[in-house]
Design a protein around this ligand. Structure first.
Ligand code: SF4
Length: 258
């Protein structure tokens, strides 16, 4: 079974297609996964692997490990573009998420004041003011919207909460307006006998309508890059992503393909 990718709280720096030289912060356990989605494409594997044994990392440990790494990178002259919250699950589920964001901003300002802070979020916690207030403090809120059609979103992202809908999440993302970046994974395949394709005309039209409502700073379109737990999933090639992006651009949306 495919399992978690990151066995530490601080990882990298790694070169990210989308973000450049990125130092990662994993707020999930080091040996398990905690997420409010269970995406078929999750590089950290399915939630069925369990949450592991280490629990959420303590706020003080995140801060001290990050400081140690930033000092080391500064001494070695290691280039850094961005500090990115991602990892083995959804970072905004950490109970001290807001405090950790404050600590990270203070450390960034002290050691690498020009570096950006990004949070990759699945958008399920945006309705919590503690989470949305923290996100508003960072440079790049990268918020997931894989489909604007409920049935497809349920098939691809498999939210834990039965009440989670595309309509509610689009409204929450829209509150960030130009401060938000929307990230959409394009893919095809099948799962338990059900066909999946979020590149069809109706899917793209629904996404365009959602992006127009949200009015984000940018949309990031991407596809599968690594092994996925649902092995039938197929990558959408760059040329096709570019063609989809052109349709979105024609509707006035800023789109980056990676
Ligand atoms: S939201 Fe992210 S961490 Fe959670 S299941 Fe989906 S891809 Fe994995």
């Amino acid at each position: 079974m495919q399992t978690v990718l990151f066995n530490s709280t601080i990882f990298g720096p790694i070169h990210s297609r989308r973000l450049g030289s990125s130092l990662g912060i994993n707020l999930s356990p080091n040996d398990g996964k905690i997420c409010s989605f269970d995406c078929l494409y999750c590089e950290a594997g399915f939630n069925a692997q369990g949450p592991g044994t280490t629990g959420f990392p303590h706020r003080g440990d995140v801060s001290s490990k990050l400081e140690q790494k930033l000092i080391e990178m500064k001494q070695n002259g290691t280039p850094l573009d961005v500090i990115t919250f991602s990892g083995n699950g959804e970072p905004t589920l950490h109970p001290d998420f807001g405090g950790i964001i404050d600590d990270t901003i203070a450390l960034r300002d002290k050691y690498f004041p020009n570096v950006k802070i990004s949070v990759l979020t699945n958008s399920t916690r945006l309705h919590d003011p503690k989470v949305s207030d923290a996100l508003r403090k960072v440079d790049n809120n990268i918020m997931k919207l894989d489909s604007a059609i409920d049935a497809t979103m349920r098939l691809i992202d498999r939210p834990n909460a039965p009440a989670f809908t595309t309509e509610s999440v689009i409204d929450e993302i829209a509150k960030f307006g130009r401060q938000g970046i929307v990230q959409t994974m394009m893919l095809r395949g099948s799962h338990n006998g059900r066909h999946i394709d979020n590149t069809t005309d109706s899917e793209v039209e629904a996404l365009i309508a959602a992006y127009r409502k949200i009015n984000p700073r940018e949309v990031m379109l991407y596809s599968i890059d690594r092994k996925t737990p649902e092995e039938s999933l197929v990558k959408v090639e760059k040329e096709e992503l570019q063609a989809i992006a052109e349709r979105m651009r024609a509707a006035g949306i800023t789109v980056q393909v990676s």
